[in-house]
Design a protein around this ligand. Structure first.
Ligand code: T3D
Length: 262
């Protein structure tokens, strides 16, 4: 994996992925999105990795698409931006298909694609000074990176439509109040709190957590019958894991469980 624009480190079962173009608020050029996707693929293929922590370097989480890359030199024809979006789509699919928990530590502004990359994570914790902006409409574009999927499901259509059409900044506290993210914490504590959460998740029953993620992915399109059938199938799978037996034994023996992630 080449690491020009994305930092990658692994410790105690947690892969920390850091967007690293702080001079342009970690806005995404194509190689950065490719590196990010590769990082999630590495997290998927390495059984030693049991949780992912995603954050940004510097004062921002991510300002979305690198607009310097998107706009052609004066006089050149209008660019075809479908390829840029297709690259993002592969990233969002990789994030949602990764059957391991992804914690996002939003350290500053998350705008455009950056906001929706955060919303594609499983548990989002933001610094109190961070904010979320569906910046797309300001430049004549449509929310992408799954924004039109995640946001209305998180906050309802009325709020989603307003945020997308007005491109208003949503401060972290309001994002919590609206159910867009999980927690807002003091900036100085963000990495400690998010890191401890990811580290704890990395000691939990990884297969079970992955199956929860699969069920949550499906619940937005399944009807009740289909979801009940899916729960039954997933529970059969979870019931065959070593971690299930260990969890029950630990309960019976009144001790802390030692989960191995399978
Ligand atoms: O090809 C396609 O476009 C399709 C894909 C689209 C997906 C998208 O994400 S579209 C949305 C793109 N993002 C935006 O429109 C957000 C643009 N940025 C902003 O609105 C503001 O920068 C922020 C609200 C995020 C933060 O404002 P502020 O005042 O804290 O910082 P700033 O001064 O605006 O930015 C600091 C530097 O970062 C500045 O560079 P400089 O002047 O110091 O050399 C600025 O140009 C640069 N920067 C910020 N955002 C981007 C960026 N450079 C390139 N691309 C950016 N998106």
């Amino acid at each position: 994996m080449t690491n020009r624009f994305v930092l990658w480190s692994v410790s105690e079962g947690v892969a920390t992925i850091t967007l690293n173009r702080p001079e342009v608020l970690n806005s995404c050029n194509r190689p950065m999105v490719t590196e990010l996707r590769e990082a999630f693929a590495s997290a998927a293929s390495d059984s030693g990795i049991r949780a992912v922590l995603l954050t940004g370097a510097g004062r921002a989480f991510c300002a979305g698409q690198d607009l310097a890359e998107a706009v052609p030199p004066a006089g050149d024809p209008q660019p075809e931006i479908g390829d840029i979006v297709a690259n993002y789509n592969s990233l969002i699919r990789a994030m949602r298909e990764l059957e391991k928990p992804v914690v996002c530590a939003v350290n500053g502004v998350a705008a455009g694609a950056g906001a929706n990359i955060a919303l594609a994570c499983d548990i989002v914790i933001a610094a109190e000074g961070a904010s979320f902006i569906q910046a797309f409409s300001k430049i004549g574009l449509v929310p992408d990176n799954g924004g039109t999927f995640f946001l209305p499901r998180l906050v309802g259509t009325a709020r989603a439509a307003s945020l997308m059409m007005l491109a208003e900044k949503v401060p972290a506290a309001q994002a919590v109040e609206w159910g867009m993210i999980y927690r807002a914490v003091p900036a100085a504590d963000l990495m400690q709190i998010a890191g401890a959460l990811a580290a704890d998740l990395a000691t939990q029953p990884t297969r079970g957590l992955g199956l929860i993620k699969r069920a949550l992915n499906a619940t937005w399109s399944n009807d009740l019958d289909a979801q009940l059938d899916m729960e039954e199938a997933l529970q059969r799978e979870a019931g065959r894991t070593e971690d299930y037996l260990e969890g029950v034994r630990a309960f019976q023996e009144k001790r802390k469980a030692r989960f191995v992630g399978r």
